[in-house]
Write a protein that binds this ligand. Sequence first.
Ligand code: ADP
Ligand code: MG
Length: 233
Amino acid sequence: MLKIHQLHKSYPIGDSSLHVLKGIDLNVEDGEMVAIMGSSGSGKSTLLNIIGMLDEADEGEYILDDLPIKDLTEKKAAVYRNKFLGFIFQSFNLINYKNALENVALPLYYQGMKRKERQELAMFHLEKVGLTDWAHHLPKELSGGQNQRVAIARALAANPKLLLADEPTGALDTKTSYEIMEFIQQLNDEGKTILMVTHEEDIANMCKRIVRLRDGVIMEDKKVTQVRAEQYV
Ligand code: ADP
Ligand code: MG
């Protein structure tokens, strides 16, 4: 699915720079479910954003689905993002004046899908996350867990190969977090490749592999026995 070799990233700060990623090597196969862990500021989001083509590395190699990601134009990067990747964020990142259905349908609009078709597909995905009855409600009328499910439906609408999640349970209480994890585990059971940033051990243990970042390098990368979320919900 993806191969990363000796990836480096620095951010300029004044006259100097902050070296955040210092030679990351990471391979992820189809169907994996990987947690990226590390303390705050360790570069987890930076790595996920580079993988998501929201940001670019300074050095190193990144191959996504056999495609070298380097020096892409913004337009090409957007095409690949829409085609390959789905994103979930801690803060849901829904559009607050659009209802659930419209939020889910939006990426399909950018793919050039016709209105009726995208409404139907968006409804199908809302149904999958159990929100049929909430399709015409705005984000402010939904709970945090419901909004994250809308965001998951949106991320899945365009059938991405890889789902990227940056602290998807970070804004949710424990019970709701486990409900969201149960859902994400089901997606992985169905074959979706998932890469998730978290700093919570219990959430990471619900993945199948844990990669730990420290001081800009991977200090540990191990397979784990997946703890199933459904036993807690
Ligand atoms: P994490 O997600 O692990 O908390 P980040 O990847 O967000 O860490 O950030 C890693 C380091 O890079 C932090 O010290 C952060 O302040 C810094 N950083 C992140 N984004 C930027 C940016 N756009 N400009 C400057 N510094 C940044
Ligand atoms: Mg972060």
